[in-house]
Design a binder for this molecule. Structure first.
Ligand code: G1P
Length: 296
């Protein structure tokens, strides 16, 4: 069955970016001039996803507003002859069908994904996490699209993996296993562990926030009990799926940026700015000045 739907959990409190996120959802913090979440919705839409389920929480309704039609804003822009900008605003609301559901208690990522069950139903679906940006070249298949292809080719659920220094594996879901000799992007997973304490697993393969999962994950998520940090972990349900019917690890051809980390967020801003023709020269000059001042 084709992968048409995607869940994006957005209920998190964004504590790492306080006070910026006291009143503004962290998903709406801009990378240059576009909210982080819009990059992710665009990635999903460009990968063929037709329906996105946002799993939201209290006091973050600005997220739904961002993907809604902003009639007054558009009208004002058109009256001021800013037609292209008005059209751009309208395009945001046409990216994808969006349904918003609530995660009423912050019980973990697995719990958040489960909140999307009623909308997704009995079909395979993608999951994209808002902190992970996956940059691909223009014209290239976007990150989640590559994972959808791997799912359709193998018939197995897929998690995106990236290589990290072994000393950093404790910050991620960790995949233990062996590279697939027949496909350099595929990793044969033997074991998955959420944020293993230092020295307890020997691997450099970290889970990043892109998944394509079969509907058979639902009962496994239902029966997942609190794990690392007392939270219902998606990784624990994936470990159960791995035992039951197998699960592939896939290295996306692209660059993953961690917008959930302060320096990663700045890096994402700089890389995005540098990739825009109208900004590059000024940004280079600005960065030279900053480096001379603080690093020279
Ligand atoms: C989540 C997942 C973790 C994964 C990470 C990727 O953790 O639980 O397995 O490695 O996303 O960004 P979080 O960073 O939300 O704590």
């Amino acid at each position: 069955m084709r992968v048409r739907k995607a869940i994006i959990p957005v209920a998190g409190l964004g504590t790492r970016f306080l006070p910026a996120t006291k009143a503004v959802p962290k998903e709406l913090l801009p990378i240059v001039d576009k909210p982080t979440l819009q990059y992710i919705v665009e990635e999903a839409a460009a990968s063929g996803i037709e329906h996105i389920v946002l799993v939201n929480g209290r006091n973050k309704s600005a997220i739904e507003d961002h993907f809604d039609i902003a009639y007054e804003l558009e009208d004002t822009l058109r009256k001021r002859d800013k037609v292209a900008l008005a059209d751009e605003m309208r395009d945001i609301s046409a990216l994808c069908q969006i349904t918003s559901v609530r995660q009423m208690q912050p019980l973990g990522l697995g719990h958040a994904v489960l909140a999307g069950r009623a909308v997704v139903g009995d079909e395979p679906f993608a999951v994209l996490l808002g902190d992970d940006l996956v940059r691909t070249d223009d014209g290239q298949r976007p990150g989640i699209g590559q994972l959808i292809d791997a799912f359709e080719q193998t018939g197995k659920g897929q998690v995106a993996l990236m290589q990290v220094p072994k000393s950093e594996i404790e910050k991620y879901g960790a995949a233990v296993g062996t590279p697939d000799a027949n496909n350099p992007r595929q990793f044969l997973i033997d074991k998955l562990v959420e944020k293993p304490p230092a020295g307890t697993v020997d691997t450099d393969q970290a889970v990043i926030g892109r998944y394509v999962l079969p509907a058979s994950i639902w009962p496994l998520l239902e029966s997942t009990t609190p794990g690392r940090g007392g939270e219902i972990q998606l990784t624990d349900a994936l470990a159960a799926l791995l035992q039951k019917e197998g699960l592939g690890g896939y290295t996306i051809d692209g660059e993953r940026l961690d917008a959930g980390d302060k320096v990663g967020f700045l890096q994402a801003n700089l890389i995005e700015a540098m990739s825009r023709d109208d900004l590059r020269a000024r940004v280079v000059e600005m960065m030279r000045g900053v480096l001379e001042r603080f690093d020279g």
